[in-house]
Design a protein around this ligand. Structure first.
Ligand code: HEM
Length: 348
């Protein structure tokens, strides 16, 4: 949550210690975390709906929000983020060279145009009825692109981390090897970006964990020309899905695919990995915009957690983990909550 707040909105919210910060409360409301738990797909549907609603005029927004059954608190949260975005855009415009101007909102706010000031021949209508222009971003483009980061960046990283710690708990030898590696490279003090770059074994473990449990199970593309693949014709305009989970568990690409083996990603073995066989962040020009940020976030979270905690299986830990796979679902979830224990290393 803190990473999204600072990289996207330029806000320092410290969600771990200030759980009553309005940003945390409203983001939790939109993600469904403040109510009874929701499935990942339901959360993403809610975020898409909220993005749509953010971009309608206020009067229509209230009618639509009521129609779709968004609660009063959801609407309050939408209002909060709308106000935050308006305030930040105003602040950044007044003070474009400030220290805070590296975040996504600041970068985009420089490109926002007032459609009423754009020549009519440069304003177009999308098939879904939204106006857009080649002259810059509309306010709607801007709000939608800022808020999508909650859906794309928050749960994906959280899902990757929960399966990572699960893998550590059920593979104690690998956990010990990683712990020794972290102690050797980092020591006990805080660590630097350069030190994190040297943590090869940590990277292999994260890559292998995302191979076994990719947070996004499929990616999608539209064919922009008639194409023949393995004798099958894909006509122009047809939607095609790449089944990431299936590819990651295909023995043709990954010998013993159900074995958790970080060594697959060592420099000696990595050359055996076929191009496009490892796809947790997708591939090509529309791959994850933030894969480096996500890797960095996960390395920091894992290194901090593992230096002070040891993860262990408990009686209720399922091994192998049972996963929930619905044909249309894009996101990967455990069938039941993952249960492991975290024991403080200071108690040893
Ligand atoms: C472990 C964490 C993450 C995973 C596994 C992940 C995975 C993905 C995948 C599979 C895609 C679709 C790629 C494709 O179709 O080829 C995607 C797109 C995207 N991701 Fe991530 N992601 C993660 C973290 C993040 C974070 C932290 C952010 C932002 C702060 C983010 C922002 C985005 C955006 C904006 C897109 C759409 C890119 C586009 O359409 O051009 N992701 N991500």
């Amino acid at each position: 949550m803190d990473v999204i707040a600072s990289t996207v909105f330029g806000l320092d919210v410290d969600s771990q210690s200030k759980t009553d910060h309005p940003f945390v409360e409203h983001a939790s409301t939109l993600l469904g975390a403040s109510k009874k738990p929701k499935g990942f797909f339901a959360i993403c549907k809610q975020i898409c709906l909220i993005i749509m609603l953010f971009t309608f005029p206020t009067s229509l927004r209230v009618v639509l929000a009521n129609f779709f059954g968004l609660s009063f608190t959801d609407q309050e949260s939408m209002k909060y983020f709308n106000n935050v975005i308006d305030r930040l855009v105003k602040e950044r415009k007044q003070n474009p060279d400030s220290e805070n101007s590296k975040d996504f909102v600041s970068q985009c706010s420089k490109k926002v145009v007032d459609l009423s000031q754009v020549p009519k021949e440069k304003v177009f209508m999308s098939s879904s009825g939204f106006q857009w222009t080649t002259e810059g971003l509309t306010r709607e483009d801007f709000v939608a692109n800022s808020t999508i980061f909650f859906g794309a960046g928050y749960e994906t990283t959280a899902t990757a981390l929960q399966f990572f710690f699960y893998n550590m708990a059920v593979h104690p030898n690998i956990q010990q090897k990683l712990y020794d590696h972290l102690c050797e490279e980092l020591g006990e003090d805080d660590f630097s970006y350069e030190q994190l770059q040297r943590l090869d074994y940590l990277e292999w473990c994260i890559c292998e964990s995302m191979r076994m449990f990719p947070p996004v199970v499929r990616i999608e593309r539209l064919a922009n020309a008639d194409t023949v693949v393995n004798g099958i014709t894909i006509p122009k305009g047809m939607g095609v899905q790449g089944l990431v989970y299936v590819i990651h568990h295909d023995p043709d690409y990954w010998p013993q695919p159900e074995k958790f083996d970080p060594e697959r990603f060592s420099p000696e073995n990595k050359t055996e990995i076929q191009q496009y066989a490892w796809l947790p962040f997708g591939a090509g020009g529309r791959s994850c915009i933030a894969n480096r940020l996500a890797m960095l976030e996960m390395k920091i979270a894992v290194a901090k957690a593992m230096l002070s905690l040891q993860f262990e299986r408990v009686a209720a830990t399922k091994d192998p983990a049972e996963i929930k796979q619905k044909p249309a679902a894009a996101f990967f979830l455990p069938k039941d909550p993952i249960l492991i224990s975290a024991v403080s290393r200071s108690s040893f």
